[in-house]
Design a protein around this ligand. Structure first.
Ligand code: PMP
Length: 357
């Protein structure tokens, strides 16, 4: 028998991050952009890749990519930029840079599950503060009380939040930042779908960093996230980065994509319009509650005890969504639907109409 008891108990107690098989299904489960690279760009992209030297390590600092990011996304000139293999890796770098077993990571719940998982990987304590059950807004009193008690070294605020889709009140976020003895990371993974952002405000506070990703704008396959903040913070956190973490194909492809950012902007603008359309259609279904969303997904509460049947029924009809029932006490009877193409959304609505009749 292998001695798996050597594995730390908190790791053995975890369930591995679950990605369900999606072959042959319309993917409305993972907040991807449904549109592939347009044909006319695909050829130019392949040309850009043709001369990439695979025998050499990539530029360890990915300087050309950082420069392109700064320009294409108009990042604040005072900010330093740290790149990760997805923003997941940046969450991990933050945890590694700040970890020890007496320190605590704090996040709002229900929220993005990797904050807790990565805190545990890195040997940090983790405390989840419940949002308000009624509307998933920040419970400011409870959050400030918890901050005073556990003194988190690192706090994550997803803005908009996943899986609830809402933006939190900025005044509440500002109070959390001011009350926090540690770093506060504003995770703007869903920035392409909202006008709200802290990206030009981080320097108002000494303890704020902003986390972003290119995943949701249409480049999830590249695995590229970026962390923005004061050079003093970024330089320290950079020390936990593994050498060459951004591979050469990602560097070249991301530079290419950012040079054609208008194409992705048009796609995300379309997704925003389709989100509002899908929201209206879901709101018209009987016996459901759909929550307002500033992201590229919608949270839906279905009749009591029906989430599994809705998930299975959609799957039988070729549509994969996310069943959140059981993921958190506030998410009982909830499912999450990523905004797809107009046609995919219409198929989803048609199927839901049958399933909820
Ligand atoms: N933050 C939030 C809030 C997310 O929902 C996700 C992915 N679903 C991520 C970060 C991770 O994104 P990635 O690793 O693809 O950059």
């Amino acid at each position: 028998m292998p001695h798996t008891t050597l594995i730390r108990p908190e790791i053995r107690a975890l369930t591995a991050y679950h990605v369900p098989p999606a072959a042959g299904l319309i993917k409305l489960d993972a907040m991807e952009n449904p549109y592939p690279l347009p044909d006319e760009l695909r050829e130019a992209w392949l040309t850009a890749l043709r001369d990439v030297p695979l025998n050499r390590y990539p530029d360890p600092r990915a300087q050309a990519l950082i420069d392109t990011l700064r320009g294409a996304l108009q990042l604040p000139t005072t900010a330093a930029v740290l790149l990760g293999n997805g923003s997941d890796e940046l969450i991990q770098m933050l945890a590694l840079a700040l970890a020890n077993s007496e320190r605590t990571v704090l996040a709002l719940e229900p929220g993005f599950v990797m904050y807790r998982m990565i805190a545990l990987f890195a040997g940090l304590q983790y405390v989840g503060v419940p949002l308000r059950a009624a509307d998933f807004a920040i419970d400011l009193e409870l959050t400030l009380e918890t901050i005073a008690r556990v003194k988190p070294v690192l706090t994550f605020i997803a803005y908009p939040n996943n899986p609830t889709g809402n933006l939190f009140d900025t005044a509440a976020i500002e109070q959390i930042i001011t009350a926090s003895p540690g770093l506060v990371v504003i995770d703007e993974a869903y920035a392409p779908f909202t006008d709200a952002s802290f990206i030009h405000q981080f320097s108002r506070w000494p303890n704020v960093l902003v986390l972003r990703t290119v995943s949701k704008m249409g480049l999830a396959g590249l695995r590229l996230g970026y962390l923005i903040g004061a050079p003093e913070w970024i330089n320290e956190i950079d020390k936990t980065r593994l050498p060459y973490n951004i591979n050469v194909l990602t560097q070249v492809s991301a530079i290419f994509a950012l040079q054609h950012k208008a194409v992705f902007d048009a796609q995300t603008a379309q997704i925003r319009r389709d989100r509002d359309q899908l929201y209206a259609s879901l709101a018209n279904l009987p016996n459901v509650r759909v929550y307002p969303s500033e992201a590229n997904f919608l949270l839906l509460k279905v009749p009591s005890g029906r989430a599994r049947a809705v998930f299975d029924g959609l799957k039988q009809r070729g549509l994969l969504i996310k069943n959140l029932d059981g993921a958190h006490p506030f998410l009982t009877d909830h499912v999450r639907i990523t905004v797809g193409t107009a046609d995919e959304n219409a198929q989803c609505i048609a199927a839901l109409r049958v399933l909820l009749a």
